[in-house]
Design a protein around this ligand. Sequence first.
Ligand code: CIZ
Ligand code: SF4
Length: 311
Amino acid sequence: IPKGMDLIVEINRLRKEKNAVILAHYYQTGDIQDISDFLGDSLQLARAAAKTNADMIVFCGVHFMAEAAKILNPTKKVVLPDVLAGCSLADSCTGEGLRAFRAQYPGSIVVSYINCDAGVKAESDIIVTSSNAEHIINALPPEQKIIFAPDKNLGRYLNQVTGRQMILWDGACMVHEAFSLERIAQQMAENPNAKLIAHPESEEPVLRMAHFIGSTSRLLDFVVEDESQEFIIATEEGIIHEMQKLAPNKKLIPALTQDESCNCSECFYMKRNTMEKLYLCMKYELPEIHIDEELRVKALKSINRMLEMSE
Ligand code: CIZ
Ligand code: SF4
């Protein structure tokens, strides 16, 4: 990259020249969020990917999200700025592992959180996100035995709100598991008017203390709409960029993690994407997401069930 090159100008030029659409997750860095055509959580981005007319989808998020965009758009080129933008939660479960697990519970169906790879999606009956999971699970027959993968924290929370007893796969997100109950309690004591809001990937003790629990997009709406002026945010701190834009006068405090050397809860995978890598990936159209067609069709079935059931 030539020194002094204006990355914003160049990215805009490439976007036009190549009829590309830039989709960015709320956990991306602020500069990437600002340059995106569409900013959203995983469900909103999957929907945007399903609707786009662009020739190239530039997916600024992690690998499983870009892969979902490809599953929905097999004829389009999908590129991801850094192919190593993975996910500890998606890595905790494989298609084979899930198939073996499922074999232990005959008669059950598998509901999987969208944070998983295509192999897991292909072994699942229905995909859910944290925005629609409760609604979809409630729509299943009460006697239906359900396996929920891969996030045990979200699964436990969903069991609580739906009254089901889903069998849980033992996976978790390293970012949402990093929060410190003690340090958050201290933050609450120091900011007595602040409401604690949390993503359900967080651990149970944090959720028990929270005033509000919701998906990424619901947490955003809550901060904007609630009468409170102060919030402690227990989710990946990238979301605060958009929250602060939409609620410029509110005080937004990132919840503290166990690691005292940093006060932040950043997803290291999400932050692998940078403006430089975004520019290079648009220029060279690499790294590109490829997926085996048989696997894609199987994975698509479970995603489509979600899109139908969450309308
Ligand atoms: O932790 C994540 O990656 C989340 C919550 C994604 C999303 O947008 O649902
Ligand atoms: Fe995966 Fe957690 Fe990062 Fe989300 S925040 S991409 S679940 S590691």
